[in-house]
Design a protein around this ligand. Structure first.
Ligand code: SF4
Length: 483
């Protein structure tokens, strides 16, 4: 079967199905390649990220919908309202899998609906549904409502929360209902909000069949073998700590971004290390898809104390953003912050770093307690951090300023640009890159801004091969690791 793209125009509630030539699929490999190609074809230069001409393009890769291990990623491309440039953002989950089962390699959404809408995609095509009653709902609640009464047994969902509706520039799109898989970076949720698109439901019963079944089976066996042998150490750590397994190493080497990157070591790291999470806290499996050999995703619930009842699956990005960079050494506070971000639908990284930037502005006397609306915004004060986050997600008072992101905020606070930890408008990933020359280079040149994801992750490699402080050859090194 020819690969198919589903083009949706929200402005006139119409859709069109077309084929993508196979040479395009081969030339622009994977969901990110195909999404970038379609974005370039669909969005004119100088398009307003929040205007009708911007598109939101969900793409699958060749392995999506098959049983290949680690084929759980979905890619979204758009023009970012946070950075004003190209954006891709990815999430694990079953969205790409179900997109392929519905018969599509890509769902390319343009236009703006005239009222809140969600769309349902299956093998028959698209239905446009009224989302007026869902507008204002939190991410999981809205997706639960979209799933009600469906005839399809298995579907994937993605949706936005109140932050996306209110065009918060770093609002994300959240998938799989209360499992909270997140397309976090760059404001995909804000673009959905600008299109009055509350969510998408997708599912189908088409098969994605490998062209060569024998080689496909051999590849599966080889991945499984490697995870059980050469990668066993990594696999064991991942099942327990996921992305947060290297906190101690980063701290020891002085490359743990602390108090808005003022230093690279955090004396309170033990309080936010996953290995020290109290054993009595209830845990719930949050594994996203069927073909992961190392599912480490667990929701942890705080048992008691000021954040008792808060629950979330904590990844490294959330730990450094609300922990080390804000100088907060309490895991329960980080879990509470993460839950607020999940429910209102915003990126934990941009939120935490913008707060830590404001903390430095406050401590340096560049903003006052009058500016913050009565909050003593100091490093290490978890209550102040949560209070400010509550203001951000509701865009109240000074929260409205922080909702613009670090770069825009720094342009408004005189004398603060030098310590605004962003590149091209995107807040930096969790590495103190003065001790990681490859990672520093990647932050600088990454085509979506200061993110750790696009060109591999040089930090992880250069820490372990001992080349992190080398300069010569680092360009080639970063290029080699690019994916
Ligand atoms: S189950 Fe967890 S670790 Fe495995 S692919 Fe999904 S998100 Fe990643």
């Amino acid at each position: 079967m020819e690969p198919k793209v589903l083009d949706i125009d929200l402005s006139n509630r119409s859709y069109r199905i077309s084929s993508i030539p196979r040479d395009i699929i081969r030339k622009y490999i994977g969901g990110r390649g195909l999404g970038s190609y379609l974005l370039y074809q669909s969005v004119p230069a100088k398009a307003d990220p929040l205007g009708e001409a911007n598109h939101l393009i969900f793409t699958a890769g060749p392995a999506s919908g098959t049983s290949l291990y680690y084929s759980s990623k979905t890619n979204v491309n758009t023009k970012s309202p946070l950075t004003g440039i190209y954006l891709f953002t990815i999430s694990s989950g079953i969205f790409a899998n179900q997109m392929r089962k519905a018969g599509f390699w890509a769902i390319n959404i343009g236009g703006i609906a005239d009222s809140p809408t969600y769309i349902m995609v299956d093998n028959q095509g698209v239905k446009f549904r009224d989302a007026t009653s869902l507008w204002g709902m939190e991410t999981a609640q809205a997706q639960q409502a979209m799933r009600e009464g469906l005839s399809l047994k298995k579907v994937a969902t993605v949706g936005i929360g109140p932050a996306g509706e209110q065009l918060l520039r770093y609002a994300g799109a959240f998938g799989e209902g209360s499992l909270y898989r997140c397309f976090g970076r760059g404001g995909v949720g804000c673009v959905m909000g600008s299109k009055k698109l509350k969510g998408i439901v997708v599912g189908g019963d088409a098969e994605a069949v490998p062209a060569d079944e024998d080689r496909f089976a051999a590849l599966r066996r080889e991945i499984s073998r490697r995870v059980k042998t050469d990668l066993k150490g990594w696999a064991d750590r991942w099942r327990r700590y996921e992305t947060a397994s290297d906190l101690e190493v980063l701290n020891e080497k002085g490359i743990l971004p602390t108090r808005n990157w003022q230093t690279g070591q955090f004396e309170g790291w033990r309080g936010i290390d996953k290995s020290t999470t109290p054993s009595g806290w209830p845990e719930k499996n949050r594994a996203c898809g069927p073909y992961c050999l190392t599912p480490g995703c667990r929701e942890v619930q705080v048992k008691s104390g000021p954040y008792g009842g808060a629950r979330s699956d904590i990844e490294w990005e959330t730990i450094y953003a609300f922990g080390t960079t804000c100088g907060v050494n309490k895991m329960d506070a980080i879990i509470a912050a993460s839950q607020i971000c999940d429910e209102f639908g915003i990126d934990t990284m941009s939120a935490g770093i913008t707060i830590s930037f404001a903390m430095e502005c406050f401590e340096k006397g560049l903003i006052s307690i009058e500016d913050t609306g009565g909050i003593e915004l100091r490093f290490g004060d978890d209550k102040a951090m949560i209070a400010m986050l509550q203001k951000i997600v509701r865009q109240e008072g000074f929260g409205k300023e922080l909702a613009k992101g670090t770069k825009r905020l720094s342009e408004e606070i005189k004398g603060s640009e030098a310590f605004a930890m962003q590149a091209k408008g995107m807040e930096l990933g969790g590495y103190e890159c003065r001790g990681l020359n490859g990672q520093a280079l990647q932050f600088a040149i990454d085509n979506r801004g200061g993110c750790h994801h696009a060109y591999g992750l040089p930090a992880r490699q250069e820490i372990f091969d001992g080349t992190r402080l080398e300069i010569k050859g680092k360009g080639e090194y970063v290029k080699k690791g690019a994916m």
